[in-house]
Design a binder for this molecule. Structure first.
Ligand SMILES: CC(=O)SCCNC(=O)CCNC(=O)[C@H](O)C(C)(C)COP(=O)(O)OP(=O)(O)OC[C@H]1O[C@@H](n2cnc3c(N)ncnc32)[C@H](O)[C@@H]1OP(=O)(O)O
Length: 550
């Protein structure tokens, strides 16, 4: 270990025993039970590559608060490491932000069902310290609010679903009847549009001495200091300003909204996330997710990383889980052990970076996947086509105003129905197709009615309930039924076009009796016994070869 790395390691080691600044101890004591991160012992000091630290010192990397203050001064007095001044900077930012706009965008995005983007994109990142943004291979972009207006390419671009092709006219189909996108996509699309409109940008940089970058880094440091109150500010400053660390930041109107500071261990191909925070007023609006997506894409494409590790604060574990982090560490231990700093009060979590996912354009990928699935469903079924309903509703007397044949029901044939598929019972197939079948069905229903009518328990059901005898009956029973009404329907030879309709009326009659009457009444018991009788008659009548007795 060279002198420079020793210097940093020594600082780290002494961090837990050093006297915190007055401002730090005040904030730490407020929340120390929730959040307490403590660095590991010297034994776990990471084997920092000497070269990076030589470079740090050569270039004048910041290693103390004095250094920071000089930077702050250079940055137009934007910040110092005191609470008051930090607050001033953060509050300034927050005042400046149009706090409602992202929620408006979010709502708008949810309502915006515009179709798939026309442009197949190649996601590509610029080199280090450059703005992290997507570059369209053909220069075309989804304009703000115009996504989906163009034709969809022959294959799903970017994160395509292998094997699923999207046809040229898919956008049209898709936009006709597609559901609103999920909340995740809506937020991502909304923020993506903000980026494309130039109102928002994500940058990845480290301490390079450029004034504007230093102001942003100081702004980020302040956000970390506010949002991670138990983390000593000196330590935050050290890592944010350390040149072996990088910070991906959300910048809105030249103000930092939040960011992630991480250290890429390029030789080990993993990165350690040291700090992650979004300024208070902008949390839970999707910035944290978009930030993480930019980080993953950048770390994969520029740093060549395959994994991230982090010690997540207990109260942020939920957020990290939603970003694909797990508590199970799959990365081989010898790739990371001894490299990252141990913390008390945090949970070590891992995220594998997918080698192909277009992280900064996931919403387009999801939209196209939905589109492809939707199109596939449409290929296999007609369930998306809505036909007008049928209008042969029964009249009071049970005589239909209009007779409709089963095969004339709109959409039935289009859904794949054919007359020979018909029916749940042997009468189904006969019911509407031929005269003789209809007569056969009528005869069966007539026989069943007679059998019920002659039953000893039929007396409560032979006539409609008289409201003069039971004044509240029709308040409770909205769909009354009785044997006489059923008989009329059978004799019309037109009402019961299926046997199931007949059975449904009988069931309704029994259910009504058991709904209005309590179980200990004679009516209730009659209903149960007559129904058992009816069921046995139906079953025996449906036996193959059974003769219908009239
Ligand atoms: C390694 C470390 O630095 S650990 C410390 C992490 N930082 C902090 O705890 C500081 C305070 N918190 C924050 O700064 C922010 O809330 C962050 C960074 C944790 C999340 O950023 P946000 O912009 O709020 O996240 P975003 O809006 O994208 O939310 C993504 C999802 O995570 C959820 N989420 C956000 N924060 C949390 C949390 N603390 N716990 C559980 N779920 C959370 C959101 O509800 C959202 O869920 P949804 O997609 O189902 O709607």
């Amino acid at each position: 270990m060279d002198t420079h790395s020793s210097h940093l390691a020594a600082s780290n080691r002494s961090r837990s025993s050093q006297s915190p600044s007055p401002s730090h101890s005040a904030s730490a004591s407020a929340t120390s039970s929730i959040h307490k991160r403590k660095l590991a012992s010297e034994d776990h000091a990471p084997p920092f590559p000497p070269s990076s630290f030589s470079a740090d010192t050569r270039d004048g990397a910041l290693t103390s608060n004095d250094d920071l203050e000089s930077i702050s001064a250079r940055g137009g007095g934007a910040d110092s490491d005191t609470d008051d001044e930090s607050d001033a900077l953060v509050d300034d930012d927050e005042e400046d932000f149009d706090n409602d706009s992202s929620m408006r965008n979010f709502t708008a995005a949810r309502l915006d069902n515009s179709g798939a983007s026309a442009v197949a994109r190649n996601s590509k990142l610029k080199t280090e310290n450059a703005t992290v943004k997507n570059e369209s291979s053909d220069g075309a972009k989804d304009g703000g609010g115009t996504a989906g207006t163009g034709a969809v390419g022959p294959t799903v671009a970017g994160g395509s679903v292998p094997g699923i092709m999207v046809k040229e006219d898919a956008t049209k189909i898709f936009t006709e009847n597609i559901q609103t996108s999920g909340a995740y996509s809506a937020r991502e699309e909304s923020l993506k549009r903000e980026e494309e409109a130039g109102r928002l940008k994500f940058v990845c940089l480290s301490n390079d001495g450029i004034d504007e970058h230093m102001v942003w880094l100081v702004g980020l440091k302040n956000i970390f200091a506010r949002q991670l109150p138990n983390m000593p500010k000196e330590y935050i400053v050290r890592l944010v300003m350390d040149r072996s660390h990088k910070s991906v930041m959300v910048i809105r109107r030249n103000h930092v909204v939040g960011g992630i500071t991480y250290r890429p261990y390029v030789s080990q191909r993993f990165g350690e996330i040291a700090f992650c925070a979004i300024t208070a007023d902008e949390q839970v609006k999707g910035y944290g997710t978009r930030l993480m997506n930019h980080l993953k894409q950048y770390a994969r494409d520029v740093d060549g990383l395959t994994h991230f590790l982090t010690y997540a604060d207990n109260n942020a574990v939920g957020y990290f889980i939603k970003q694909g982090f797990t508590k199970e560490i799959h990365l081989e231990k010898d790739r990371w052990h001894g490299y990252i700093k141990d913390y008390d009060g945090g949970i070590l979590m891992e995220c594998r970076i997918d080698p192909k996912l277009p992280y900064t354009d996931l919403s387009t990928m999801i939209r196209r996947q939905r589109q492809a699935i939707d199109e596939k469903i449409r290929e296999l079924s007609n369930c998306h086509i809505v036909y007008p309903g049928i209008d042969f509703q029964k009249k009071e007397a049970g005589v239909p105003k209009k007779i409709i044949k089963v095969e004339d029901i709109p959409g039935l044939r289009e859904a794949g129905w054919t007359p020979d598929q018909w029916g749940h019972s042997r009468f189904g197939a006969l019911s509407a197709s031929t005269d003789s079948a209809r007569k056969h069905l009528t005869a069966f229903m007539r026989a069943l009615l007679k059998s019920m009518h002659d039953h000893v328990d039929a007396w409560p059901f032979k006539e409609p309930v008289d409201a003069r005898d039971v004044p509240d009956y029709y308040d409770i029973i909205k769909d009354p039924m009785d044997l006489k009404t059923m008989s009329k329907r059978v004799e019309s030879e037109q009402y019961y076009v299926t046997f199931e309709m007949f059975v449904a009326d009988a069931k309704r009659m029994f259910l009504n009796a058991r709904t209005y009457n309590s179980p200990d009444t004679i009516y209730y018991k009659c209903a149960t016994r007559l129904e058992a009788h009816f069921q046995s008659k139906v079953q025996s009548g449906l036996q193959p070869g059974a003769k219908i007795q009239q």
